[in-house]
Design a protein around this ligand. Structure first.
Ligand code: NDP
Length: 338
């Protein structure tokens, strides 16, 4: 069996996460038991929820035990199988974690899923045609319930979730307006993803200024907002919300290091009779097949060309992860396992 390199959580962060929270270890891969398969990882997914797992306290994800391999989505290929469900060479998506190989109990429901990389590149099963894509699909369709001609805004618009929100909103005939960090990201959001407009929040020092930019980009106000960030961005959006507007609260990345992100005018929720609803995609498994089918079609047909930031080699994972939390990624953040 191959030698396996793994990244474990070594120490919990106090405040900002740092590279010293992680440790690279080497271990021998155990021999397969009946029903198990050995998967060689090709790509590892880095996702903001992992920051929550690094803490001991309550988050939307369970804490990651110290000394154990960091949890994470992976795509790769089966190299050895003692399960009738898989054969060597199968391309699979699973939760293999931050390591080069994983041994998986193939009989465990949902542990490993075969995927077809003939139309959709393997890595996209961790992004647009994977968990982030379904997250976009759920929040948009089940909470915002978009209607043609209405305006939908989304923060972190160039990211894995945000990009899919905009593409799906356009497919439903909405005006889609993104909010993202930097001119290059905003250009991509409009020119390549097809949003109607995108605002660079870094050009705005406060919520009032950002809200004035939103007024220009959303002349009919905001009917639906998909929140990935929190803080100033959410304040600015609420100032432009229409009556009965809906907010899908997906993420609050501005507060993941534990800092408070106060809401300045919560009274707008009342005066605008708004629905503001948080959700966790793993609690809505019933929508996954439908969502993945639509997203797979959008990507497979070339109508949605998601962007990726790919770090090279397992050892690059901690820095790439920390960079993503600070906005240094451009599109879905992955690690290629060589
Ligand atoms: P992204 O690919 O969008 O990467 C994170 C982005 O967040 C960065 O690129 C950066 O973009 C933005 N960002 C980081 N810090 C800040 C800040 N302080 N202010 C504004 N923007 C910031 O990640 P994902 O698409 O994977 O995830 C997006 C959100 O969705 C996250 O909040 C995540 O936790 C959430 N999520 C929730 C799920 C659920 O079930 N509820 C499931 C999956 C994801 P920029 O440079 O544009 O600022």
């Amino acid at each position: 069996m191959p030698t396996n390199r793994q990244i474990v959580l070594d120490k919990r962060p106090t405040g900002e996460a740092e590279a010293g929270n992680f440790r690279l270890v080497t271990s021998e891969t155990p021999a397969l038991s009946e029903g198990q398969v050995l998967v060689r990882h090709r790509f590892l997914s880095l996702d903001p929820y992992m920051r929550g797992r690094m803490n001991e306290g309550k988050s939307y994800a369970q804490p990651q035990p110290l000394g154990e391999v960091m949890i994470g989505g992976t795509v790769g290929e089966v190299v050895e199988s003692r399960s009738p469900k898989f054969t060597a060479g199968d391309q699979v998506v699973g939760m293999g974690g931050w390591q080069e190989f994983s041994v998986v109990d193939a009989g465990q429901p949902g542990a490993l899923r075969k995927v077809d990389d003939s139309r959709v590149p393997l890595s996209h099963y961790l992004g647009a045609v994977g968990m982030p894509g379904v997250t976009a699909w759920y929040g948009l369709n089940r909470i915002i319930e978009p209607q043609a001609g209405r305006t939908v805004t989304v923060s972190a618009a160039s990211g894995a979730v945000g990009s899919a929100v905009g593409v799906l909103a356009k497919a439903r005939g909405c005006r889609a307006v993104g909010i993202a960090g930097g001119a290059q990201k905003c250009r991509y959001v409009v020119e390549e993803l097809g949003f109607d407009a995108c605002i660079d929040y870094r050009e705005h020092g406060d919520a009032g200024s950002l809200s004035r930019a939103l007024k220009q980009a959303c002349p009919d106000g905001i009917d639906g907002h998909f929140e990935n960030v929190g803080g100033m961005v959410l304040d600015a959006v609420l100032l432009r919300a229409n009556a009965f507007a809906r907010v899908a609260v997906c993420g609050m990345i501005a507060g993941y290091d534990g800092q408070p992100i106060p809401l300045t005018y919560p009274q707008l929720i009342l005066t605008n009779r708004m629905r503001v609803e948080g959700f966790i995609v793993s609690e809505h498994m019933e929508v996954w097949p439908q969502a993945l089918a639509e997203l797979g079609e959008l990507v497979g047909s070339g109508r949605f060309r998601p962007r990726e930031s790919v770090a090279e080699g397992l050892e690059a994972a901690p820095e790439a992860f920390l960079g993503m939390l600070r906005g240094r990624n451009f599109g879905k953040q992955l690690v290629r396992i060589s």
